[in-house]
Design a protein. Sequence first.
Length: 371
Amino acid sequence: MGVAQCTLCNARGAISTTWMLVENVVARFLDDEELGPAIRELVKGGDLRCAVAFWGKDAARTLFPGGKPPTDARLICDIAMGGTNPYELEALGAPDNSNLLHLKGLHAKVYISDRGLIVGSANASNNGIGFLNVAGLVEAGTFHDPGSDVFDRTVAWFESLWKRSRLIDVFQLELARDNWKRRKAGASGSSGRSADPTSLLDHVVSDPASFRGVGFVFTSGTSTVAHRKEAAGAFIKEDDGRDEPLLSKRTRKALRLWPLGNIFSDWSSEDISAWPQRFVCAHEGGRGGVSYWFYERSHSILVGHDRGMVFATQAGDLRRSLGFLHGRKTMVEADAPRLRLIFEKVDHEGRRLFESGNTLASFLGDLDLSA
C-alpha cells in the first residue's frame, strides 16, 4: 500500500491537494504542499508510533478523533529544548499517559502506522503540518510502504528509542512548562534573535543552571536609619541571648553603621528563609532608573512575626564569576524593556525575590515582550 496524489476543487474553485492511500506505491517524495495532508491521513491508521520532536497547539485536536490519541498509540517527543507546548502534552494525556514518553535531544520527525511511514522535516505543529490551512514552513519528506525494508528498519529504530525514553510524569511536565517559558522568553533564539551577551536576563533564560546558588532581588524601596537601628538592635539582642556570643565588638559597631544601600528591609519571613547567600539586585530609583548590584548576604533576621531584614555586602567578583565582562550600566541597557515589565508587575509590592535562576527564568517566560 502507498500514497498517491489526487486533487479536489475547494469552495473558491481553486485546486487544493489532498491524499489517499492506494496500492503499489512503495516510496514517494512529498513536497511542502503534500506532506501535511499525507501525515494527517497516515495517523488515522492503526498501531500508530510517532517519534516527533515538537508538538504544538491543537495537534491532538486536529490529528486525532475526539482530540485524544488512540489508547495504543505510542508517542515520543523532546521537552528539553522548549519546543513542545506543555498544554498540548496535557491534551495528549500527560502526566497519566504511559504511552507518551520523552527523549532528550530527539529532533526526528517520524510518523509510523499500518498505513505506512513518513520521514520528514515537519513537527506536529501548525507550522509543520498545517492545522488551520497551509503549513507556515516549507517542509518536505518521503512516504514508504509498510512492506518495505525502510519501513521495517524504521520500526526497529523506533523500538530502540522507545526503550531509552522516559515517561512524562508530573515532574517532567513541570520541566516542560519551564523550558517552554524560557524558549518563549526569547533567549533560546525562537523569537528570531540571538541571546545578547551583555544581557543578564538573556543569560538567565538560556542557562539558568549556570546561576546555581545565586538569587535575584528586585527592589524599588529605600531603607532608612530607623530600619538600620531596628535591625542592628535585633541582631545584637539575639546574640546577647546566646550562651557564647558570636558578634565581636567590631561587628556590632559595623551593624550600627551599615550602609543603608546594602540593607533590605521589610521582607516576609518566607523571603528571609529563602534568601540566597549570593544574589543580584535590580534596584529602581526614584526617577525610574534601574541599576544592577551584586551582593553576598551577611546577616538576616526577623524583627517581627512576618517582617525581616537582610544586611549584605557588595560582591565585586560575582559579576565576572557569572561570565559578565561588560559593565553594570551596559547590562541594564540591554535588559531595559524587560526590567520595565518586571517592575510594572511588582509595583504594588515594591519588591520581589527569586531564589534561583530557574524561578526567574520561569517568571520571564510569562512576560509579554511585545508590550
